[in-house]
Design a protein around this ligand. Structure first.
Ligand SMILES: N[C@@H](CCC(=O)N[C@@H](CS)C(=O)NCC(=O)O)C(=O)O
Length: 245
């Protein structure tokens, strides 16, 4: 095994794990689940500056990459040699692939992830920011979802009849939208998600069993404490008066 993707189910690393499944390259790229116990440990922080997932390592020369979309594009270019998932019909279609490659992690995912984390807090909890929830719900319902509904139209997949790498990127956003209860108003997106669920590589990543990895505040707090302790230690070594607020 020469390469490893470090992944946490339902985290944004899922798009890369899903790509590996679709390409059938799990013999070449091992998908390793990093559990809450190892999240933000010394090894993790040495490989990813924020202790996030995904990160990807080619073991022989310790070549390391972070950022889901960069790893996604790297693996697609390296392994989709038969253009099974990236047979773009022209430069414009390639451009639109780049559009979603950036729009998913920069716009859609942060919007839905913030809703997910906010909804972990009970109504009335001081941790819950209703303004942030409203802002993210508005962005989803008034901007993002209408854009996706219009783009998909009555096509089975985002670029037409053929499933492509773009559907891996957007499939994750559909899963998140469903998790935060915001997909049901959009029948075409619901039908699209059902279509994706017919793919074994998709259900291998997004299934009930893997939901044990969905964050809750208790599981996550150990990793956060570990990060805070490390930062306070580094700050004191540098003589900085730094306390995590
Ligand atoms: N822009 C980064 C975002 C990475 C990211 O935010 N990962 C989240 C999961 S979805 C994470 O690892 N969170 C754990 C943490 O922050 O402790 C990417 O697309 O790879």
């Amino acid at each position: 095994m020469s390469a490893i993707l470090y992944h946490m189910p339902y985290f944004v690393s899922s798009v890369v794990a899903n790509l590996i499944g679709e390409l059938g390259i799990s013999e070449k790229v091992q998908v390793k689940i990093i559990g809450f116990d190892n999240l933000k440990d010394e090894f993790h922080l040495a490989k990813h500056p924020q202790g996030k997932v995904p990160f990807y390592i080619e073991v022989e020369d310790d070549f390391t990459m972070i950022e889901s979309s960069a790893i996604f594009l790297y693996l697609l270019e390296k392994h989709d040699t038969e253009k099974k998932l990236s047979n773009w019909k022209d430069a414009k279609e390639r451009g639109q692939f780049y559009q979603f490659l950036l729009n998913c992690p920069c716009q859609i995912y942060p919007n839905l992830a913030q809703l997910f984390y906010q909804f972990l807090n009970e109504k009335g909890s001081p941790m819950r920011d209703e303004n942030l929830i409203t802002k993210n719900l508005n962005a989803w319902h008034f901007e993002i979802a209408p854009f996706l509904v219009k783009y998909l139209g009555d096509k089975p997949y985002f670029f037409g009849d053929q499933f492509t790498a773009v559907d891996i990127l957007l499939g994750y956003q559909m899963v998140l939208a469903e998790l935060v209860g915001q997909l049901k108003d959009y029948p075409t997106l619901v039908a699209y998600l059902l279509r994706l669920r017919e793919r074994p590589a998709f259900t291998n990543i997004y299934n009930e069993a893997n939901k044990i990895y969905l964050p809750d505040m208790t599981k996550y707090s150990v990793a956060i404490q570990r990060k805070i302790q490390r930062e306070e230690k580094l700050a004191s070594e540098k003589g900085l008066d730094y306390k995590f607020a």
